[in-house]
Design a protein. Structure first.
Length: 393
């Protein structure tokens, strides 16, 4: 069927973080929220049907993950990404961020070194901090408008680390890491005895012309050191359901992490989670996914074209995956982060994620969410243009 991504969905007044949470933070309603990474598209009808079907039972009791939950993941990962899994390789996790937190606790002790690659998804650094681990940074470099890894720096900093947290594809830069890059990471980490926690929640959102490679598929060394996190919640716009999973092809990693999860009593999902995942990981889900990606890619092209003509000093980092664009403001006349914030929020009336929250290298960037109806995105760009003209950039 044909899905309508131009349809406006009124989300204000529904206790959603993106709109109502923003109003609570700012105390104003004249700001367009283009920040937190959920979509303004309707959640797919097959997800809603799954919830409705479950409600017919009339008892919302404790619910076990059925065999069909694991089978759906196995089939999806093999069909789309050539990852061969068995049920015992997979474990439910209550969200990617909690899963990363549990992994840090399971595999490291206080004071242990954990490596991340900023600018990167900001909860990584926070989890390291609150658990009293030592953060080691291997900053990404902007080369020809996209992020590249600094392998000389990586090899110097890996020795002594217990864990590396990898973002594949990368958030906020949208980089789909190539096979050869991931192989180098795997071989270096294996050489230095470093486990890799790979956050691959954006994996199903690789855009046309780009091929996502699962970290475990890069080389034999990767299979021995990797714990991968994934979920349908981001790509099918149902983060409120909270359904995620992890997998590992290493018996040692599975034994330690899965046991930790079970002992922490986080092995069970909410009653709707298993059915929602199964509804997504089907041919119907693939059809919706491809239409959503095509529409989103159209939005990305619109942003890039518009900025190139009307706001040429704001340089979008072309995303290879996802619906997020990292905007480079280094040519803009901002003397401070406060000036950049005032431009976007005070003058353009747009609320984006500030790049500095993602760590070193993100200071002059803003992250823009383009997963919204095109007419609404056009209005946001017009607001940005007026602010741009207003400061004489």
């Amino acid at each position: 069927m044909q899905y309508d991504f131009d349809k406006h969905v009124e989300r204000r007044g529904t206790d959603c973080l993106k709109y109502d949470g923003l109003f609570q933070m700012l105390g104003r309603s004249d700001v367009m929220p283009l920040w937190v990474a959920d979509m303004d598209f309707e959640t797919p009808p097959f997800v809603v049907r799954s919830i409705e079907q479950r409600l017919k039972q009339r008892v919302l009791g404790y619910t076990l993950p059925p065999a069909s939950f694991y089978k759906s993941i196995i089939n999806w990962m093999e069909r789309r990404h050539s990852v061969c899994l068995k049920a015992e390789d997979i474990h439910f996790v209550p969200g990617i961020v909690p899963a990363v937190h549990h992994a840090v606790c399971a595999f490291t002790e206080k004071g242990d070194k954990i490596l991340i690659q900023p600018p990167v998804y900001h909860p990584f650094a926070h989890i390291i901090y609150i658990n009293e681990r030592t953060r080691v940074e291997n900053p990404l470099q902007v080369v020809n408008g996209r992020f590249e890894m600094d392998f000389d720096d990586l090899e110097q900093k890996l020795p002594g680390c217990k864990l590396m947290i990898l973002c594949n594809p990368h958030n906020p830069g949208g980089r789909v890491w190539p096979l050869d890059v991931l192989q180098r990471v795997a071989k270096l980490c294996h050489k230095h005895g470093v486990k890799v926690l790979s956050d691959e929640i954006h994996s199903d959102m690789a855009l046309r012309g780009h091929c996502y490679t699962p970290f475990v598929n890069t080389c034999p060394e990767a299979r021995e050191i990797a714990l991968t996190m994934n979920a349908p919640s981001k790509v099918f716009n149902m983060p409120g359901v909270v359904v995620s999973y992890c997998y590992s092809l290493s018996p040692t990693i599975r034994e330690r992490y899965f046991t930790f999860l079970d002992q922490a009593d986080v092995a069970l999902g909410n009653i709707f989670s298993y059915g929602c995942l199964q509804a997504c990981y089907t041919e119907e889900g693939e059809e919706w996914l491809q239409q959503m990606l095509d529409y989103t890619q159209g939005n990305i092209k619109m942003v890039e074209s518009f900025l190139g003509v009307h706001c040429p000093k704001i340089k979008p980092m072309h995303p290879e995956a996802s619906f997020l664009i990292f905007l480079d403001n280094r040519e803009m006349p901002f003397a401070s982060a406060e000036e950049m914030r005032e431009f976007y929020l005070g003058k353009a009336h747009l609320y984006l994620n500030e790049g500095q929250t993602f760590g070193k290298g993100g200071e002059k960037f803003m992250r823009l969410n383009v997963a919204l109806p095109r007419a609404e995105l056009a209005s946001a760009l017009q607001q940005l243009q007026q602010a741009y003209i207003g400061i004489g950039a």
